[in-house]
Design a protein around this ligand. Structure first.
Ligand code: IPE
Ligand code: IPE
Ligand code: MG
Length: 250
């Protein structure tokens, strides 16, 4: 049976986050330069975004460029940045047609001017769309985000607008880039790597993790649906026992 037909649309995660990994290895396997993998990865972004919107996911976060990725060769970094500009310009129309709002997390002030401007334009143009929010993590790292949040909260303490005892988990969440966005119930990583690579550390405290060996440029609608099915087969216990959960359900 097709995985899509088995998904219970009443038990969908509201927010799915994806670590899109494996572009370089995919290109290498095809005897091509790494950039070829990134270009093909854009097709997966398009397909998964559409699939997510169609099935009724409210927030989709894609890890597109980490703070650590600046350490790659300059040619690859430049290629990724121009691919980003091209893709955003080309996809604005599709985002509008599909009623998708674009947002970013990460330090976009450090992106090349052209890239930041294209992003700004797309964010502005799509801000009223309500079907799904697509969040691109760009120049993002969770440790950076938590450090920034800590600085902002420390300022409230320093100017006496807040007391240390008033800091709650909610305070921290509200000072992260993801303020107002529910935590992802499901995190997917492609390419067979089983690590988090500095992504959404606070927000994934209780996420279900799905690791798939599929390289990102090969990741299709069907793989996305399989991950949703995998998620729906898990029992999310949040510290309770399985018996407690089943007695709640009756
Ligand atoms: C993911 O693919 C894309 C980015 C990190 C920008 P990689 O480029 O990391 O591909 P691998 O992991 O080297 O195969
Ligand atoms: C994580 O992938 C970052 C993105 C997908 C943008 P990497 O390929 O950079 O992660 P590591 O370095 O292998 O952990
Ligand atoms: Mg990688």
């Amino acid at each position: 049976m097709e995985p899509g037909s088995q998904i219970d649309i009443n038990r969908l995660p509201r927010h799915v986050a994806i670590i899109m990994d494996g572009n370089g290895r995919w290109a290498k396997a095809h005897g091509k330069p790494r950039v070829f993998g990134h270009r093909n990865g854009v097709k997966s972004v398009r397909e998964v975004t559409e699939a997510a919107a169609e099935i009724g996911i409210q927030y989709l976060t894609l890890y597109a460029f980490s703070t650590e990725n600046w350490n790659r060769p300059a040619t690859e970094v430049n290629a990724l940045m121009s691919l980003l500009v091209q893709t955003i310009r080309k996809e604005i129309r599709t985002l509008q047609e599909n009623q998708i709002r674009l947002q970013t997390i990460g330090d976009c002030s450090r992106l090349p001017k052209k890239t930041a401007a294209a992003l700004e334009e797309a964010i502005e143009a799509t801000r009223h769309n309500e079907r799904m929010t697509l969040i691109l993590a760009l120049n993002y790292s969770a440790k950076w985000e938590i450090t920034e949040a800590t600085r902002k909260i420390a300022k409230h303490i320093a100017d006496a607008s807040m007391l240390p005892e008033q800091i709650t988990e909610q305070t921290i969440a509200e000072h992260l880039n993801t303020a107002g966005i529910p935590d992802p119930e499901l995190l997917i990583r492609t390419s067979g790597e089983t690590r988090i690579s500095n992504f959404l550390l606070w927000q994934i405290a209780y996420s279900e993790l799905v690791f798939t060996p599929v390289m990102w440029p090969d990741f299709r609608r069907q793989h996305f649906q399989e991950a949703l099915l995998d998620y729906q087969h898990r029992e999310r216990r949040f510290g309770k026992t399985s018996d407690q959960l089943s007695s709640q359900n009756v």
